[in-house]
Design a protein around this ligand. Structure first.
Ligand SMILES: C[C@@](CO)(OP(=O)(O)O)[C@H](O)COP(=O)(O)OP(=O)(O)OC[C@H]1O[C@@H](n2ccc(N)nc2=O)[C@H](O)[C@@H]1O
Ligand SMILES: Nc1ncnc2c1ncn2[C@@H]1O[C@H](COP(=O)(O)OP(=O)(O)O)[C@@H](O)[C@H]1O
Length: 276
């Protein structure tokens, strides 16, 4: 039996620098992992199965099964696996849980089925499933540009975070098609980006569309510098110590939930894989 983590990511900043003719947006974003997330267990089997099912997601559409099927068809491998998912990350919250599950599946089955595909090839397969999958496969904190497909390794500080889930679903396509989304941030170098204030260009619009997010962010800002991750709705505060983050966690408003985690520039997935 093989047990592997599927950590969450945060977008420490996210700038939208333009829109392409196909509707996709050019971004400049900084991805970092945290040491909290889902967990997957893999066992060799004849058939491919996943349990338990996720509410609202047909198993054949689950990114774990889609990743496994993609790996089978890409390599011609006919082996199966019994996969068990412990889901801890909120879905559609900007923490990349689905993408991380897909990346862990690609990396885990590559090992279980002894396929020996290089990370580059797994990342290229993963890109077919979602824009964020490659960064989870590579497992290094990264500055991403283009439509999120051009990576430069980055080494931001690794503080403690309190991540808070306002419990509202934000649709990524709805944010990216909203005429009020600002799309004209300048293209800066990584050095310039790291040394100017970190912001998320989606935050103002999400706050306007979802007052719950605005309210919770005002609350968190009382404790620490705080922002939204991805297209939301989750927000995170940046703390010097675990204790300070946990103090804020104890006071999270009743209608929200949260967790404390450490920022990691090396994904816990890579560490777990090495230790197998
Ligand atoms: C913008 C980010 C930042 O991390 O948001 P989050 O999803 O994490 O919140 C991600 O790159 C998103 O990744 P993901 O959610 O996998 O995106 P995809 O499935 O590829 O695209 C969802 C939709 O978002 C829009 N989209 C996505 C990426 C991009 N560079 N420009 C876009 O305009 C498109 O409308 C697309 O139909
Ligand atoms: N294993 C999975 N975990 C989470 N979401 C999944 C999974 N498989 C498919 N999905 C679908 O993908 C959507 C996006 O999920 P997720 O990656 O958690 O959000 P985000 O990209 O906002 O961080 C979910 O709303 C869900 O419908």
């Amino acid at each position: 039996m093989m047990r592997l983590p599927a950590p969450a990511k945060l977008n420490l900043f996210l700038y939208i620098t333009g829109r392409r003719d196909d509707g996709y947006h050019n971004l400049q974003t900084l991805f970092q992992f945290v040491d909290f997330g889902d967990e997957l267990r893999f066992e060799a089997a004849d058939e491919l199965t996943l349990s338990p099912a996720l509410p609202g997601v047909a198993t054949e559409n689950n990114l774990i099964i889609r990743a496994a099927r993609l790996l089978q068809s890409h390599t011609g491998c006919t082996r199966g696996a019994r996969i068990h998912l412990t889901k801890r990350l909120p879905m559609g919250g900007g923490l990349g849980g689905g993408s991380s599950d897909a990346a862990t599946t690609l990396v885990g089955l590559n090992r279980l089925w002894q396929l020996d595909l290089p990370a580059e090839e797994l990342a290229a397969l993963g890109l077919q499933l979602g824009a964020d999958v490659p960064v989870f496969v590579h497992g290094r904190a990264a500055f991403a540009e283009g439509v999120g497909d051009i990576f430069t390794e980055a080494h931001p500080p690794e503080p403690w975070y309190l991540v808070v889930n306002p419990g509202v679903e934000v649709s990524t396509p709805a944010i990216f098609t909203d005429p009020d989304l600002p799309r004209n941030s300048p293209v800066l170098s990584l050095q310039q980006r790291l040394s100017s204030p970190w912001q998320n260009d989606c935050e103002g619009l999400v706050k306007k569309r979802h007052p719950e997010v605005a309210k919770l962010l005002s609350w968190l800002l009382e404790y620490a510098p705080s922002r939204m991750t991805g297209t939301g709705a989750c927000i995170f505060g940046t703390f010097d110590s675990r204790e300070a983050a946990e103090t804020a966690l104890r006071n999270v408003p009743d209608d929200a939930s949260g967790f404390v985690a450490r920022g990691c520039n090396h994904s816990p997935l890579l560490a777990a894989l090495k230790a197998l």
